[in-house]
Design a protein around this ligand. Sequence first.
Ligand SMILES: Nc1ncnc2c1ncn2[C@@H]1O[C@H](COP(=O)(O)OP(=O)(O)OP(=O)(O)O)[C@@H](O)[C@H]1O
Ligand SMILES: [Mg+2]
Length: 392
Amino acid sequence: MDPRINPYAPGAGYPPPELAGRDDIVERASIALNRIKAGRPSRSMIFYGLRGVGKTVLLNKVRLDAEAQEIATVHIEAPEGKSLPAALLPSLRSTLIKLSRMEAMKAGFSGVLRTVSGLARALKIKYEDIEIGLDGGDDGPGGTGDLETDLVDLLDTVGRAAKAQKTAIIILIDELQYIREEQLGSLIAALHRANQNQLPVALFAAGLPQLLGLAGRARSYAERLFEYVPIDQLDEEAARLALCRPAERENVAFAEGAVAEIIQQTHGYPYFLQEWGKHSWDLARSSPITQQDAEAATAAALAELDASFFRVRFDRLTPAEKRYLRAMAELGAGPHRSGDIAEKLGRPVTTVAPTRNSLIAKGMLYSPSHGDTAFTVPLFDGFMKRIMAFPF
Ligand SMILES: Nc1ncnc2c1ncn2[C@@H]1O[C@H](COP(=O)(O)OP(=O)(O)OP(=O)(O)O)[C@@H](O)[C@H]1O
Ligand SMILES: [Mg+2]
């Protein structure tokens, strides 16, 4: 069918044609925003789940909701290898510039802008990747150069300004698991303080499941400060909606056999549903999309994923990491006992532990419970089997 009007949207953070199965989460986030703006106590929210379940999409939705409620937002993606202040400060600064240009907010935020520059200058000694604060002009009071002290101070200043202007500030951080533990700890401490002082500042973040352990280790009270919201694959009803609704709007239907094939292949993972929807549409000659079309889409989608989505992740791995994942795939989708994986590799658990750790740091694996190991990328086991022979 006509690819020009293909409604599906496979891609990182692309808004889906139908945001299926997330009404409850969207509503909870909306209530939280509302309460934060009104100065009522509300916990920060953290969306966690595997690759491609729709975390970034939800975070973007929260940002739009916040902006519609006239809440100021600071949105960053934690990049691997960059420090938290280097990512946060420029983004915070541009939000403050916007606010200080708005007639209604001007008085409250101009001073805060100077504080940010001052802190950036002090922190730059330790975090050399910070790219603002040296540009003369706004000569704010200096910070201490200690991340925690300065972040506490910063959120306090920002929070008080927001409160005085009857608004709120929310910080949105995607890929939170890439923030170094001690830097995350400082951010949590700063949020905690703002919370205790009833300031309208909150964090909405998203990331892989390992961030739960990370946050808990960084600060033991993290679990009381945050509401952790698991983002899972869609159940059958929601997966059906995600697939069929966008087509229905173009007067195209899916045969029951096609729906069954796609749900079975994708396991209801949102990203895969978009890929399969897109390929089924392109391959079908006319409505309804048949089971045969869906089966052809399976072959086309897998070939494309193998060449891109899975492949880019595979290419970042060392030979030892590849072998670890291949042995793991041999055991199935998982989770698996770390001991069983080591046994498949024919090595003692202790000698493969560093490989497992580096795979966790790269965001390829996580530990759902002590001693267990699982893929963060759904269907990665199948890919490993297609791309590497076993035994090696
Ligand atoms: N609720 C949903 N219904 C249908 N499609 C969805 C839904 N949520 C997300 N998608 C689609 O799934 C894909 C992945 O979404 P997104 O990038 O938000 O995932 P993610 O969890 O952030 O993945 P990653 O961990 O790789 O960053 C996108 O193509 C998006 O359109
Ligand atoms: Mg994402």
